[in-house]
Structure formats: structure tokens, C-alpha cells
Write a protein that binds this ligand. Sequence first.
Ligand SMILES: *Cc1c(COP(=O)(O)O)cnc(C)c1O
Length: 724
Amino acid sequence: MIPFRTHLPNNFDLPRRIHRLAELAYNLWWTWQPEAQRLFSRLDSALWERVGHNPVRLLREAERACLNEAALDTAYLARYDRVLSAFDTYLTRSDTWAARAHPELTRRPIAYFSMEYGLHETLPIYSGGLGVLSGDHLKEASDLGLPLVGVGLLYAEGYFTQRISEDGWQSAHNNPLNFEELPLLPILNEDGQPVIIEVDFPDRRVALRIWEVRVGRVPLYLLDSNVEANSPADRQLTARLYWSDLDLRISQEMLLGIGGVRALRALGHDPAAWHMNEGHSAFLTLERTRELVAEGVPFDEAVARVRAASIFTTHTPVPAGNDEFPLWLVDKHLAAFWPQLGLTRDRFVDLARNQQPWGETFSMGVLALRLSEGRNAVSELHGRVARRMWHFLWPERAEEDVPITHVTNGVHTATWLARRLRVLLAHYLGEDWLEHLDDPELWDRVRLIPPEELWTVHQHQKRKLVFYLRERARQQWLHEGVHPVQVIASGALLDPYALTIGFARRFATYKRADLILSDVERLLAIINRPNLPVQVIFAGKAHPADEPGKQLIQHVYRIVKRAETGGRLVFLQDYDMNLARYLVQGVDVWLNTPRRPNEASGTSGMKAALNGVLNFSILDGWWREAYNGHNGWAIGDDRDPDPESVEEQDRADALSLYETLENEIIPLYYDRDAHDLPLKWVERVKESMRTVAPHFSTRRMLKEYIERLYLPAAASEVTAVQEG
Ligand SMILES: *Cc1c(COP(=O)(O)O)cnc(C)c1O
């Protein structure tokens, strides 16, 4: 272990009385603490918006006069003291859930590896649901007091920002991140030099430096190849998330898997269990095997020990979604590796061999499944699909006995819940409700909330969304040189009182963003009906190399721009966690129309339900488990469609969608009492919050990971060591 330290940059010029704001800015704990957010926004609310909710920048750029004023304002100081005291308590408390329920887990950490992390919009190292899930997982581990360390890559250019041309074509813009303005702490050795670790390639070594992001009590280590020792090409390896070039991709995955293990070792971590969130990090199993073989452990025993302490979560129900590499590429990059395991090339490839119609491949999914004892899908239906998909690895077993279980995803409640709703819930569920948020009985008390109070909060959230979107449209008109129709397409004509449907997620074709547009005339009639207006807000990015995804955006955008929509169809560019928060907190209905069974879980609908927004979705992924007939609406039925008749499935789902929208959703929304309250709607909202919030949270999810997967993995290693 290298002696190392991280320290806060000391170039903040803050008044002494409030100097700990810098500490707060460098720990993402503030991202799920509305009170802490207010400490920043109160300093200069216009600047807070301008810097995109980035406290590091805010503290750097705020006028000294503003800071001085705050340091003399007794109300501000009272809030400051309250927040800092809560922060200190949070970081140091020893009576956490993990310490009480599983003290044996608190001695050594769980290592958690993921290619992307969605922690906050200011740190754009995520592309979608997988990243947001990883971010939420770390936050929950911190809340539960589970010692967990995250490992990922630091993408120097972040994920792209999206612009939509007048004709609906997506362009991708990469913006170099300024690390000085982000909550990134360089890991330095005793001499103040960056700690460097190396990953071996046959012809060279790639050096990596390590940055730490503090997520409450949990450290996230991000690896960065942009160091002087590397060639210009290697310095670019961690520039972007998800290269489509396979050579870059396998190299990145080696940096994550192999480099990640080395980084943890360099920092003195000795994890009790290793969790691979998706197969991108599966090389970590090979590096750990190599370590044991180097210590003299025979290969088969080394593999057995590595497997026993590994957990693999699969997220991809389609075979093509799993990373696979042609064998020549594996030779090119890993030829120096298999001798170190004492293996021939053939036996090495056997660890991950997969047969495709076009030839043999090295499959990261196969590698992860073969070298993990804990394996899980992310919803019940996805578990079934995964067992069928990977049955060939266990040919001697019946399909239902394929050893892949499921842990349904969840969302980090405090991150996604609107502040006003949090206040309302504290009033009716009890001040300490966040401590028990996975207790279904606690949520029964939602029934006690007077409907008008819940409705008032919801209307506030909706106005906030509409005003925010109009302001964005105005800024686009002012600064981006767009055509006027694009200002309308961005939501300039949105009505804060119309029934509002949200559809926002990655634009992958299986998600069928255009299902609601499949009969445009019918939709136009629906949205323009006098006295019963409906509006639909779309948002989402397509991967820059995904041509069908980009064409889908264009198809949607061309319809959105039509004059007959009256500005009631909207496409928002540059979907990110900030926009996601506004949308899941502010619309009335959350629409999800994947082609079943392609949505492994989905999580945005959980965020919506938590905020009193009703789901209207295909019975796929998580919604199939959550839907009870009274807490939202289903599209289609709970049956596996014939994969041969995709068009028929699309047609049937579209019909079901229009019928439910016309006959149930719109009438219910506009059914008002004498005070203009939609009582039956609010009843449904309560049923949705009550049933979804406790179960589809990372609180329930992480406890399940701990008890069903982490504990056996951690115990196995102890046993192996005792026996060995
Ligand atoms: C939650 C979230 C997602 C996941 O959305 P799904 O509908 O589950 O695919 C994707 N992107 C962002 C920015 C999110 O916040």
C-alpha cells in the first residue's frame, strides 16, 4: 500500500464563519439534502442556476460581498450550523443499519464496479439508467452505513450534450470537463505527487491516476489515463464513455477491471466481496485470479476463490447488448495475461467463449457469469429472460434451475423526491420517516394526507416544471440561434393546467418513443379536445453511433413541430438528471412503452410514482411487479408476445394505449369536485405512492443485495481462507 492522502483544495476564499461550505461542496451528500442545497442557492440564486447547481463553481465565482453578507446573516448562519451539524452526525454515526444488522460486514468493504455513475448532473459520467442506478446504489450504501467502495472511470469529456437541429437531427457535443470545478479529489502520495497505478498491455503499460469522489461515507475512485507518462492515444482512452470502436472498448474495460483492482490494492483496500454492475468490469475476476496465482495458489483453486466472492448483475435482456470481442482483439490486448495465469490461450478463451453465427467471441457476460457465484437480473421477468438466455452455460440443468436470481431495482428516495413533498411526508409519516422508508406500513399513512394538500403540492411542482421549461425555451431563443418553431417545440406554449404526460429516457428503438404517435390524427384529436387539453413532453438522447435511435428522435421531432399540435407536443433537448428531476416531479402521467420483455427493469417510473405521478406503462420490468390495478395503468397485458410478430405487438399495444388514455385517464383527470379537485385521481396517486415508494427504493434493494448476495460472498472468502 502506498501512503496517500486526499485534501481539499485550499484556494477557496471564504469567510471564516462559513468556511466549511467547501467541505460540503466536496461531498455529494448535499445532492440529497434540500437544506444543504439551500445553503448554496441562498448565496446567489441566479449564479446557482448559471453554474448548473455546481457548488464548487459557485463558491469560486460568488462575489465576496455575497459571502460576507451571508456570514453576517443570523438566519443563514442558523441554517449553516444546522446543516453542518447534521453532516457531521451523518458521517460519524456508528449506529447505522449495517452496524446493527450485520456487524460482520463492517470490517472489510464491498467493492462495487460500474462503467458509469449518475450522481448529479454536474458530474456527467453517466449515459442513462445503468449509471443512475450505480449512483443511487452508492448513496444508499452510505445511508445504510455499509462499507462500500465504488470504482469507475473519469471521462475527461463527460457524456455528450445534445443539440437538435431544425430538422430534428441530433448532434453530439463533447465538452472537456474542468476537474478543478468538480468535486474531484486527486489521490496523492506523501510527496504530494499523484498516486499512479499501471495496467499491462503486451506492448506497453498504461498509467492511471486516481480521483476520489465522496458520496456521503462512501468513496468512489475514478481512474484517469490522461497522464504524462502515456502516449497521446492512451491519454485519450478514458476521454469518453462508451466508445463504439471495439479496440478502445476492450482497452477501457481492461483499465476498469484490471486497473480498478490495482487501484484498490494501492489504496490499501481488501474487499470482502466484489460486485460487477454489468459485464464491463468482468476483467476484475482475471486480475484477482492472477494475484492468487502469483502467490502460488493453483489456478483452479484461485478461480474457485475468486468466484465465491464475486457478484454479477446483468442488465441486458438482448444478447446483442452484451459486450463481446473477436478473438483476435483478445490476442492483441491480453496475450501477456494468460501466461501469468498459467494458461494456454485456448484455456484462457474457454473462460469466456461464446459462439456467434459469425464466429467465436470472448463474451464479458459469459466471463462474469462463470466467475461469479452470485448472479442476478434486475426484475422478476428479466430473471426469467436471463435464465433462458444463458441456459446454454448450464446445459445439464432445467431452464428454471439456471442459477441466476433477481433483485428488482430501486431508486434513492431522498435524491428523487421533491422538496415540498418531503416536507409534506415528514408531517404525515413522522419526522424520522426516511429512517424507515422501506416499511410498507409507514406508507399506509399516505392515506391520511388531505387530498387538497397533496394536490396543492403537485400543482406547485407542475407549475415549477412549466415555468422552468418556458425559461429554457426563452434562453434557447436568445442564445442558440434556433428557428422560432424550435422555441415552440421546446415547450414555450405549455399549459400548467393541462393533463401532462412525460416520456423521457434513452432513445433506443425498443423503447418505442413513437408508440403514442403511431396514429397521429387520433393523438391530435386527443390533445386538442376543447376543455380537456392534453400535452406530451418527450426527452432523450440516442447514442451517437445509434443511427436508428437518431432517426427515431427525428421522427418524433418532425411531428412535434407540426402546427396542428398547437404546441402541446414538446421535445426537450439534452435530457440529464436535472431535467429528469423536473419531469418526474412535475408531470401528471409517466409513460413507458418498451417492447416487452426488453426493459430489464426501468427506474424512471419509480421516481415518478414516488412524486405522486401516475405510471401508464407496458407490463414489463419493474411495472409488472408494481401494478395492482389501482395504482396507475397498464398498456397491453401480462403475456409474452410472439417474438415473430413485432408489428402485431406494436399495433395491439398502440390500440390499448389510445383506449386507456381516452376512456380512463383523461376522464379521471378532468373529473373535478366543486373545488376543482380531482378526488378520484388523488386517490389513485395515494395508492401509487403507498405501494411503490417502500418497495421500489434502493433501501429495499440494497438490503436484498446485502442479505442474499453480499453476505454469502463475504462469508465464502473467510471460509476459503480458513480452509486454505
Ligand atoms: C432514471 C433515469 C434514467 C432511467 O430511465 P428509464 O426510464 O428507467 O430508462 C435514464 N436517464 C436519466 C437521466 C435518469 O434520471
